[in-house]
Design a protein around this ligand. Structure first.
Ligand code: PLP
Length: 417
């Protein structure tokens, strides 16, 4: 029988890094990665046949549970490719309509193939629309693997390596201004100094890449006001929070309308789909109406779109978010009991189907506080839970994800042991 160790050794021969994944996560928790060969509902099984209840959800997409039979059927029924003339497929049109229907800040949508593409496309569009260069982003917020292109030398952004991870000289990334999440005074000061040259702010409106850091009162409101006052675009990166924090993402929870929104994960239901959208006036700057070129061979391909559409249909059903939220709350209670048996205490916060665990007494509001949190305690806890068959996000910096399959029956069974 193949073991996790066997596959890991093979992977290291041919795949740089050895695992498909956030290097920081694996490096941080250590041990041997588990190679998953089967996934169903709330559970995953590794190559050694060990079963886990899964709170990572394939890093987020599996919000209706793994291999949901209706999603599987939709994929089986879809046509393999058949793209022509660069025209969108019917599924692409329907998915775009559905996203625009669900999110009031969006009038027009472009589909892409990942969250990274969505955020980078939105930034390019913001620059094209405003004719300006500078970008404001926040330390600890993640916007995809090209994020390294946004990292300003010396920013100290530790999550995704050091500035050299951009792989390009510093002058290529010098247009990015990295500020502290939740520090509206710094943002204001920056606008006062160079506001005429700021194209956009990109922000995770609830930061799931800092474990789970919520905006303090006035932060998102302040960003909105500053962008409006200075003619910059506000981009909400809702790749993680979209259709997960609530039915209309964080913009639905707060009522704050971004100019552009980026989405991925949930909207692909496990297949590669990303999207960015906003007001028509901005989106029309995409070629051929406008100057900003945007294309992708597999963007909106029928199979991915079918999985995304079915997933959005399932989560639009009555009671979906109530179930998701109560599953999240039940999980936190259950995990706390479990942790107590190992003499571990943690604080936790959640929104919709995502949760954060902190080994510090108060819930953080800044990246530096997440960094200060006790990573060793998290790693010990992660491995203790893994041995007990509970698979959490393997990172002290990443939110965990709950799916609609995590009903109380599943949870009770998990926590019985
Ligand atoms: N933006 C946010 C907020 C994310 O959490 C992620 C991925 O975790 C991305 C962008 C990048 O998405 P992808 O991994 O699909 O490129």
């Amino acid at each position: 029988m193949m073991t996790n160790q066997d596959i890991f050794q093979r992977a290291q021969q041919t795949i740089p890094g050895g695992v498909n994944s956030p290097v920081r996560a694996f490096k941080s928790v250590g041990g041997t990665p588990r190679f998953i060969t089967r996934a169903e509902g709330a559970h995953i099984w590794d190559i050694e046949g060990k079963q886990y209840i899964d709170y990572l959800g394939s890093w987020g997409p599996a919000i209706v549970g793994h291999a949901h039979p209706e999603v599987v059927k939709a994929v089986q029924d879809a046509t393999l490719n058949g793209l022509s003339f660069g025209a969108p497929t019917e599924g692409e049109v329907v998915l775009a309509e559905k996203i625009a229907e669900l999110l009031p800040s969006i009038e027009q949508v472009r589909l892409v193939s990942s969250g990274t593409e969505a955020t980078m496309s939105a930034i390019r569009l913001a620059r094209g629309f405003t004719g300006r260069k500078k970008i404001i982003k926040f330390e600890g917020c993640y916007h995809g693997h090209s994020d390294s292109l946004l990292v300003k030398a010396g920013s100290g952004l530790l999550t995704f390596g050091n500035p050299s991870s951009a792989g390009v000289p510093a002058e290529f990334v010098s247009h990015t201004i990295v500020l502290d999440y939740n520090d509206i005074d710094k943002v204001k000061k920056t606008f006062e100094e160079v506001g005429h040259d700021i194209a956009c702010i990109i922000v995770e409106p609830i930061a799931g890449n800092m474990n789970l850091v919520k905006p303090v009162v006035g932060f998102l409101e302040g960003l909105r006001e500053l962008c409006t006052a200075y003619g910059a675009l506000l981009i909400f990166d809702e790749v993680m929070t979209g259709f997960r924090a609530g039915p209309k993402g964080v913009q639905g929870l707060t009522g704050i309308k971004p100019d552009l929104t980026t989405l991925a994960k949930v909207i692909g239901g496990g297949m590669p789909v990303g999207a960015f959208g906003g007001r028509k006036e901005i989106m029309q700057h995409i070629a051929p109406m406008g100057a900003v070129y945007q294309a992708g061979t597999l963007s909106g391909n029928p199979i991915s779109v079918a999985a995304g559409l079915k997933t959005l249909e399932i989560l639009s059903r009555p009671g979906f978010y109530e179930k998701l939220t109560s599953a999240t709350e039940a999980l936190i209670t259950g995990l706390k009991e479990k942790a107590a048996k190992h003499h571990i205490a943690f604080s936790a916060d959640s929104v919709g189907g995502m949760f954060g665990i902190y080994f510090r007494s108060s819930i953080p509001t800044r990246f530096a506080e997440v960094h200060e949190s006790n990573i060793t305690a998290f790693n010990t806890f992660f491995h203790a839970m893994l041995d007990e068959g509970v698979h959490l996000a393997p990172s002290a910096f990443e939110a965990g994800f709950v799916s609609a399959c995590h009903d109380n029956e599943v949870l009770n069974k998990t926590f019985e042991a």
